[in-house]
Design a protein around this ligand. Structure first.
Ligand code: PGA
Length: 260
């Protein structure tokens, strides 16, 4: 049992495919997934393919409940930004939203809180739902710096979002030490960090803090999903490795539906 249902927060299970799957593989995945998720209710299910697969996946998912998200987005409407993709380009394709600030982009592609400050409101203005990722490194956790890091990221990255729109953002708490490592946060660690993130949103608006969906991410698998998704402040999961197979993504979505 979780507190998500009474507060009206529908859980979201989003599969972050990172740099996996060609267009053909993505289409085959959707064909396999749609019948599996058709009977699930009370949970939103999304996948986040590469830019190249977005149009094909949106087309394959049309008429279904499957949501489609990009993995990144530039903040400008257009301009001389070689290799980047703009909010109107994503909106035209028909995606639901986009991941922003994933730790892999922060680490390998110099994604900064300054650019995220522009990207999050730019997504909302384009009618796209941002999934903003935050989280601490192993070293930061060991040094007792988890809350400082989360406070910094949440406050900076949401600074330019209008208060009444905070609840339209999805936040994914992803401890970096748990991503792709098989080392999942304990339920206590996940609940504590996510309740802290919700309280940070509450510093700006208690009402929006009740609306905002906060996901856990980091080595979520069918075997550990039920325990994490039953936590009172956990409103779903951002799933990497286990989202690459329709069956394991469906099993995680079913666990979220059961916990809601
Ligand atoms: P993982 O990735 O589930 O493979 O740990 C999660 C993520 O990076 O969003």
């Amino acid at each position: 049992m979780s507190s998500s249902a009474p507060q009206g927060r529908t859980p979201l299970i989003a599969g972050n495919w990172k740099m996996f799957k060609t267009v053909a593989e993505a289409e085959a995945f959707v064909a396999g997934l749609l019948p599996e998720i058709s009977s699930l209710s009370g949970v939103d299910v999304g996948i986040c393919p590469s830019f190249l697969s977005l149009q094909a996946v949106v087309d394959s998912a049309r008429g279904s409940r499957l949501e489609v998200y990009a993995q990144n987005m530039h903040y400008a409407q257009d301009g001389a930004f070689t290799g980047e993709v703009s909010p109107p380009m994503l909106a035209e394709v028909g995606v639901t939203g986009t991941i922003l600030g994933h730790s892999e982009r922060r680490e390998h592609f110099a994604e900064s809180d300054r650019t995220l400050q522009l990207k999050v409101p730019a997504a909302l203005d384009a009618g796209l739902r941002p999934i903003l990722c935050v989280g601490e490194t192993e070293e930061e956790r060991e040094q007792g710096d988890t809350e400082r890091k989360l406070r910094h990221q949440v406050q900076e990255d949401l600074m330019k979002v209008e208060t009444e729109r905070l609840g339209d953002v999805v936040i994914a708490y992803e401890p970096i030490w748990a991503i792709g490592t098989g080392k999942v946060a304990t339920p206590d660690q996940a609940q504590e960090a996510i309740a802290f993130v919700r309280a940070l949103v509450g510093d700006r608006s208690p009402e929006q803090a009740q609306r905002v969906r906060i996901l856990y991410g980091g080595s979520v698998k069918p075997e550990n999903a039920a325990e994490l998704l039953a936590l009172p402040d956990v409103d779903g999961a951002l799933v990497g490795g286990a989202s690459l197979e329709p069956r394991s993504l469906t099993a995680i979505a079913a666990a979220a539906a059961a916990a809601a």
